[in-house]
Design a protein around this ligand. Structure first.
Ligand code: CTP
Length: 135
């Protein structure tokens, strides 16, 4: 079974590692789509802290990851699933139901999100620490 998952994976953290490791255990081959800087800007009006090249390198360095590609458009998800011959799409359960439209193409599995950590939260913590150390 070939598995695919998607994400930004900015400021790579334990929640990212957990989902990627668990996705890899679902099959024998894992492809990870890392979303581009431009795609993130269009969604959140800010660029990721780590650029797309570095984020792809970090994900690719994991022994359980077989392939990494740049996800440049949300509209191309179906195409990415087909191109990478994925039998199964895995996402964290913060996306529950949001990828069900791809069920005609492959299995869609939502795995439990790691509690109490996210890139957004890390950015806020660093920002607060920086603000307080200025006083
Ligand atoms: N993820 C997870 N557990 C977390 C954080 C993320 O399982 N604590 C999963 C997401 O569900 C997704 C993948 O990791 O399948 C990539 O998520 P991403 O959006 O890059 O990470 P977040 O930390 O959620 O980033 P942000 O706060 O910017 O949304």
């Amino acid at each position: 079974m070939r598995v695919i998952t998607f994400g930004t994976f900015d400021m790579f953290h334990i929640g990212h590692l957990n989902i990627i490791e668990r996705a890899s255990q679902v099959g024998i081959h894992l492809t990870v789509g890392v979303s581009s800087d431009e795609l993130n800007f269009s969604k959140k009006q800010r660029f990721p802290i780590c650029n797309e090249r570095d984020r792809m390198r970090i994900v690719h360095a994991l022994s359980c990851v077989n392939e990494v590609f740049l996800e440049e458009s949300l509209e191309l998800k179906a195409q990415y699933i087909k191109t990478h011959k994925a039998d199964c799409l895995v996402m964290g359960d913060d996306w529950l139901g949001k990828f069900d439209e791809f069920k005609p193409l492959c299995d869609v599995i939502y795995l439990p999100r790691t509690p109490a950590i996210s890139t957004t939260q890390l950015i806020e913590i660093v920002y607060e620490v920086g603000k307080n150390s200025e006083c």
